[in-house]
Design a protein around this ligand. Structure first.
Ligand SMILES: C[S@@+](CC[C@H](N)C(=O)[O-])C[C@H]1O[C@@H](n2cnc3c(N)ncnc32)[C@H](O)[C@@H]1O
Length: 276
């Protein structure tokens, strides 16, 4: 487990620091310096500051759209909701995306659960969630609330620890939502390729990018070039409203938008399993 420090939660400096590491690539296409710094909302003991800070910017709109797009794809690929699904989710924060696919909760539903610890979660699908984030308080909260099953405090730009590699290898579903502007391309691909190492079963990856803060081509065609047997469901959706200072840097534009890709990798015969 890596050590969590306050500097690392100052998200812009963290990414700038990674971008200056050199060696892997120049991440000049990550425009996180022009993204609002939200202070300590990711490292408070509860998600309430995160929820009350983000709700006025209509962050819940994306959450609700993600719930609508992801649920039918999970149902189509894994129709038996009682059949345990192993999920690895990267950048979970306090677990709002998790609550969407695990309990069918929209943003308002997350707000209710997060503001009242006496509310019991009612899963609509049996999932075993390994949650990865560098915020120990967020992960601890989600574990204690029964949102996550296993937590890994980890900087996702670093090499994944062996136990996480194993979890990725075993998993049916990999979720990376609202983290693209914080992750370099090679670490992103490494997580995906660890997940895709064993193609003997069907696997699904859900990820998105936020175009205003990240001008890389992260389409599945680019990320999974050379990988066999996948199809994507692609959605262009509002991410949230810009803050005033973000808007001022963008000629007064009001909304940040996002591409979401839900990619299904069908199983490959064992004889052909060596695909990358
Ligand atoms: C915008 S929140 C996303 C939360 C949730 N997935 C959602 O869709 O709303 C971004 C999360 O990424 C985490 N994060 C940012 N940079 C990180 C890094 N380098 N390693 C691990 N986690 C990081 C933050 O702690 C935060 O919880």
């Amino acid at each position: 487990m890596s050590t969590f420090t306050e500097e690392k939660t100052a998200l812009s400096p963290t990414v700038v620091e990674h971008a200056s590491e050199g060696g892997e690539e120049a991440d000049c296409r990550l425009h996180v310096q022009t993204k609002q710094h939200w202070g300590n909302i990711y490292i408070e003991p509860t998600p309430v500051p995160y929820y009350t800070t983000m709700t006025p910017y209509d962050y819940g709109h994306y959450h609700d759209r993600f719930l609508e797009m992801f649920t039918p794809i999970l149902d189509k690929n894994f129709p038996d909701r009682a059949n345990n699904l192993d999920v690895v989710e990267i950048g979970t924060s306090y677990g709002n995306t998790t609550l969407a696919y695990k309990c069918g909760l929209d943003w308002a539903g997350c707000g209710k659960v997060w503001s009242d610890d006496s509310i019991t979660l009612v899963p609509t699908r049996t999932v075993n969630v390994t949650a990865v984030d560098m915020s120990s308080p967020a992960l601890t909260y989600g574990l204690n609330r029964g949102i996550f099953d296993t937590i890994v405090v980890h900087d996702f730009n670093a090499y994944p620890p062996a136990a996480l590699v194993q979890s990725l290898d075993n998993a049916d579903v990999l979720v990376l939502i609202m983290i693209s502007s914080y992750i370099k391309t090679l670490p992103l691909q490494r997580l995906c390729f660890n997940f895709l190492a064993d193609r003997r079963k069907k696997k699904v990856i859900a990820y998105n990018d936020t175009c205003a803060f990240d001008s890389r081509n992260l389409s599945p065609e680019a990320l999974f070039a050379g990988i066999k047997n996948w199809t994507t469901s692609t959605h262009f959706t509002k991410h949230r409203n810009f803050t005033e200072s973000e808007s001022a840097l963008r000629h007064g534009c009001k909304e940040s938008w996002s591409y979401t890709y839900i990619v299904t990798f069908d199983a490959i015969e064992v004889d052909n399993v060596n695909v990358h």
